[in-house]
Design a binder for this molecule. Structure first.
Ligand code: PGA
Length: 252
């Protein structure tokens, strides 16, 4: 059975010093959460904290990942960070296609190119997909997910390396409003159908969007849930800990 992933997306909630301070304060407890059986705990701090957190987590069960990467190999791309650099730091995962980056106008093809870079450097991509509120209202979610995954599928097929797809409805991120577990399960079935040509061992599904310690137990009942992508709640250690620990008391 694949380990269940708790991915803590710190976004830009903390400054560099605050990220280092948070990590120092909770490192021992985070490591002990990461030792929970069949569980992976991964932190996604800002780029500037990656060197210190990667160094401090070397040889520890705690994994570190980046919140984005460039779609390009090394070259003239001002302000971007290459997957190769993330690999050299020791990142295990990288989030791509997060909806908070949609303001940068990146389309599904650029996101697929990012995945290609990550696969080439043996970093596991977490590709985010999800509909806007308007698309949800118009019941277009399935078509949107298909469109967002289309350019990625042949790249994943050729890479034959593991990846996660995170279903994150854009209207559920940071809003406190979430789909019902039944709605998430329906989208998971659809994603499984879209990923059907790839071996089942290659991929897992995550849910993300306003996860809290109160919501988490309801999510654990969803068939096919391979982990959670947690934003704001992951920046409160006690809340994050409750989310991780409640899995064992609620899973069926
Ligand atoms: P949230 O963010 O948990 O704060 O809603 C989730 C995400 O954006 O990954």
């Amino acid at each position: 059975m694949k380990p269940f992933l708790f991915a803590a997306n710190w976004k830009m909630f903390f400054s560099l010093r605050a990220e280092e301070q948070f990590f120092k304060q909770y490192q021992a407890e985070l490591v002990s959460l990461a030792r929970t059986s069949n569980t992976t705990v991964a932190l996604f701090p800002s780029f500037v904290s990656l060197p210190s957190l990667c160094t401090a987590s070397k040889d520890s069960p705690l994994k570190i990942g980046a919140q984005d990467c460039s779609a390009h190999e090394l070259g003239a791309y001002t302000g971007q960070v290459a997957a190769q650099s993330l690999a050299e730091l020791g990142c295990s995962y990288t989030i791509i296609g997060h909806s908070e980056r949609k303001v940068f106008q990146e389309g599904a093809t650029a996101i697929a190119d990012k995945a290609k870079q990550l696969f080439a450097h043996n970093i596991c991509p977490i590709i985010c997909v999800g509909e806007t509120q308007e698309e949800y209202r118009q019941r277009k979610t399935k078509a949107v997910l298909e469109e967002q995954l289309r350019p990625f599928l042949p790249i994943a097929q050729a890479a034959r390396k593991p990846f996660f797809v995170a279903y994150e409805p854009q209207w559920a991120i940071g809003s406190g409003v979430t789909p019902t577990p039944e709605e998430i399960a329906t989208m998971f079935d659809h994603l499984a159908h879209l990923l059907g040509s790839l071996p089942k061992e290659q991929w897992s599904l995550l849910y993300g969007g306003s996860i809290s310690a109160v919501l988490a137990p309801q999510l654990y009942t969803i068939a096919g849930l391979g982990g959670l992508l947690i934003g704001k709640a992951s920046t409160d250690f006690q809340e994050f800990k409750k989310i991780v620990l409640s899995r064992h008391s609620t899973k069926n």
